[in-house]
Design a protein around this ligand. Structure first.
Ligand code: ZN
Ligand code: ZN
Length: 222
């Protein structure tokens, strides 16, 4: 059996359950991700004494109040994992996250994945955030995302004025929504999506993200 993350062969003890199991991750890779257990209470970024991080302070100054529960640091192991899952198309790898995601489930909440644009969905064939959302609880496709040129193709000025790509496809059947995404990089995506839902009348919006990056936030007005 080869590990889905590092591709190295490893031995597995035989049991009837092993016949059905397909999400093989070796013991080395299993314990390599770094769980976020303290840090900024609004996004999980490491901070001293659990203070709110500079990035969140800046979002708050813009009047954007969103709490994001991030599960793991986007360190080398996190990058490897996400690369296999998202770009390698190993959808089954998400099952490794099932226990930790299921623990997040709350009553009377709808989990809304950050959508991919139609074009991106065609090339990737699956929405990585939607698979994660389904593992937490009831999932609804509430938002749609318009195609936007990649950041590299945009000029500095264009990037600054880039419009919010999200629109509400249909209102969710409950007033409490948790957005789900795979990685929190600049926070722009989640804040744009939250703003769109709030403007449409959704009362409570928060978010869950599998990974939190450690790089400095480059914010754009939204
Ligand atoms: Zn491995
Ligand atoms: Zn923060």
């Amino acid at each position: 059996m080869n590990c889905l993350v590092c591709r190295k062969p490893f031995a597995i003890p035989w049991s009837p359950a092993t016949l059905l199991k397909r999400d093989w991750v070796c013991p080395d890779c299993e314990g390599r991700l770094t769980p976020i257990i303290s840090g900024c209470p609004r996004c999980g970024h490491p901070t001293e004494d659990g203070a709110t991080c500079d990035d969140c302070i800046r979002w708050l100054a813009l009047g954007l109040d969103l709490t994001v529960r991030s599960l793991y640091l986007y360190d080398e192991a996190g990058v490897n994992w996400l690369h296999r899952y998202k770009f390698g198309g190993d959808v089954v790898l998400a099952n490794q996250m099932r226990p930790v995601l299921r623990q997040l489930r709350e009553p009377d909440v709808v989990y809304v994945p950050i959508p991919l644009s139609e074009e991106r969905l065609r090339t990737r064939r699956f929405n990585q955030a939607e698979v994660l959302a389904r593992l937490i609880g009831p999932m609804e496709r509430t938002l749609v995302k318009a195609e936007v040129s990649s950041q590299r193709e945009l000029g500095k000025e264009e990037r600054r004025h880039r419009a919010n790509p999200f629109t509400v496809q249909r209102l969710p059947r409950c007033g409490k929504i948790v957005l789900v995404d795979d990685v929190y990089t600049t926070g722009t995506t989640l804040h744009q999506a939250a703003l769109t839902l709030r403007r449409a009348g959704v009362e409570q919006v928060s978010a869950v993200c599998l990974f939190r990056t450690l790089n400095k936030l480059k914010m754009r007005p939204i």
